[in-house]
Structure formats: C-alpha cells, structure tokens
Write a new protein. Structure first.
Length: 231
C-alpha cells in the first residue's frame, strides 16, 4: 500500500526474542496463581543467574507488592536469595540512605532484597526513585504495572508479563490483555544499547486463546518463541 511503512524487528537496535509459556489453571484460580508464581520465579532466577536485570509486569497495583514478596519468599525458601543481592554495586550504600528517606514502605521493605515496585499509585518522587534504583543496578528485579512501559524509557535486558488475562469489572470476567499494552511492555529490552540481544517472556494462562486472537503477530520469523500448551 502506497505511503504505508512497516517498522518490523529489523529496525530495532537490539535483536529480541519472544517466548510464550503456558500454565495450567483457570484465570484467578488457586492453581493458576500458584503456577504463575512458580513459573515467574523460575524464569527470574534463570535470568539472574546469567547476570541480567528483569522487569516483571503485572496487572494490578497490589500485585506488584504481592509478586515482589512472593519472589523473595521463594528465593529464601530455595536458597537463591544471593542472586538478588546488589550490595556490591557502587553507590548502593548511598541509595540505601535515599530509600530510607522514602515514605513508601514497599520500597523500603524490598530494597535490601534486591527488589523494587513501581505503579501509578505511588508518589512521583517514589516512582522516580524506583526507576533510578533499577537504572543504576541497585536492584535486580522491578515488579511494575504497564504505567512504567507507557510513561518511562527505562532499559532492561528482559521483561516478563505475569499473566495475559486481567479482570474487567465492567464485564465481570477475565479478558485478554490488550495488544497495544503487550507491544509497549515488550519495549524496554530494545532500549539497551550495550547488550547484543534481549528477551521477552509472556506467562500465558490460555495459550489456545492467544493463538485464536492472533498473538502470533508478536513472533517475527527471525526470532524464536517457545509456547508450552497446558497439559
């Protein structure tokens, strides 16, 4: 079509891979929640072991705290908490003082664990602090909502979308995450100028629903994608 330009993956400064991971359980059920938590934790640990930072996107403000707390609890239980440690980073002690001055109890709670949270319900100063902590490498994992993806250009090696369905109060049921939100959330890895590639992972409750809605448009031919259908 004349005058229509297609900006595909070839225009990105950093090659990206996209992976879809299916989990068992009806959205909102205990089984689904447990499997989402476990799969997210395992993928985060895998990335941390390779020395990468990770953004974990969730779909509710409260879930940012819940996910950060669950990651820490599982790390303590399985002896992997050291992978979250950032205390050797230059400037970490100064950053700890700044965090101590914050009125946000979640930032204070999670900082020593190498974790942070970011959502629209936080004060602008606290959101700026969370962004700076991640950008400087003073935290390893940032649990956030799509507010971060739409409003801030914050680089990350990998992003994980924890679940691709959210509850719509107007419809009274779970609905699929919007296409534009997914594309925007997948943006941070492409901002990393110093790395040679990046990863994006979507932990999906219903793989077959994603396929029916054409989510394969997110998987260009030159990248790889792994989709595990629920048994």
């Amino acid at each position: 079509m004349a005058g229509l330009f297609y900006f595909g993956e070839a225009f990105r400064p950093v090659p990206l891979e996209k992976h879809f991971i299916g989990v068992k359980g009806k959205p909102g059920s205990t089984t689904s929640t447990t499997n989402l938590d476990r799969t997210t934790y395992e993928k985060v640990i895998s990335l941390l072991k390779d020395g990468h930072q990770v953004m974990v996107f969730v779909h509710a403000r409260r879930e940012t705290m819940g996910t950060a707390r669950k990651l820490h609890e599982m790390a303590m239980l399985e002896g992997t908490a050291d992978y979250f440690d950032c205390s050797v980073q230059k400037g970490w002690d100064t950053a700890r003082v700044d965090v101590g001055r914050s009125k946000n109890k979640e930032l204070r709670e999670f900082f020593d664990y190498g974790l942070g949270v970011h959502h629209a319900g936080m004060l602008r100063g606290d959101r700026n602090l969370a962004e700076r902590l991640f950008a400087e490498g003073w935290i390893k994992v940032l649990c956030c909502t799509a507010t971060l993806a739409w409003g801030v250009n914050l680089p990350a090696y990998a992003v994980i979308i924890k679940g691709t369905e959210l509850y719509d109060q107007t419809k009274g049921k779970f609905v699929d995450l919007g296409v534009l939100d997914v594309l925007q959330v997948h943006h941070p890895p492409s901002l990393q100028k110093e790395i040679v590639d990046g990863d994006r992972f979507s932990v999906v409750q219903d793989v077959h629903s994603m396929n029916r809605r054409g989510w394969d448009i997110f998987v260009p031919r030159q990248t790889s994608c792994s989709i595990t259908s629920p048994p």
